[in-house]
Design a protein. Structure first.
Length: 144
């Protein structure tokens, strides 16, 4: 049976369990960051047993994989592209403009918060995790 596991740096693998003379083993069928139909087809070709796409998709959803829908639109990639384009635009504006000697701290803070918001939009959704620092953990319990 094929399944999806998370790897470091936002990567994932489709793996397959096989039984050998030395016991059960797992082998990689495909590596990816965004699950596409071509990744699924590649994994299916490499599988030594029947490849169940439906179970792989369920496993991918549990692992937090960015999925490309049937139209080929990947929302995570769109957010990433929008972030990159916004960053390039900001760099061009800064290159072409004459900045004041010392911008106001308020404007700098607003610009920094806008940048942080764009970055957070491009990150994949993660499940809720309680805060680890004890005083902050108590505050989150009050909200829930």
């Amino acid at each position: 049976m094929a399944y999806v596991v998370s790897r470091p740096s936002g990567r994932f693998e489709i793996r397959e369990s096989v039984l050998t003379a030395s016991g059960p083993r797992s082998r990689t069928l495909a590596n990816f960051s965004v699950l596409t139909t071509s990744v699924m087809e590649s994994a299916s070709r490499r599988a030594s047993r029947k490849f169940n796409s439906e179970s792989v998709l369920k496993s991918a959803a549990k692992a937090g994989v960015s999925l490309v829908d049937s139209t080929g639109f990947d929302e995570g990639q769109w957010d990433y592209d929008r972030f990159v384009n916004s960053s390039k635009k900001m760099a061009r504006v800064l290159d072409n403009s004459r900045l004041p000697a010392s911008p106001s701290p308020g404007k700098s803070l607003i610009d920094l918060l806008d940048l942080a918001e764009e970055i957070s939009r491009s990150l994949p959704k993660r499940p809720f995790e309680p805060l680890a620092f004890p005083p902050l953990a108590k505050l989150t319990l009050l909200k829930h």
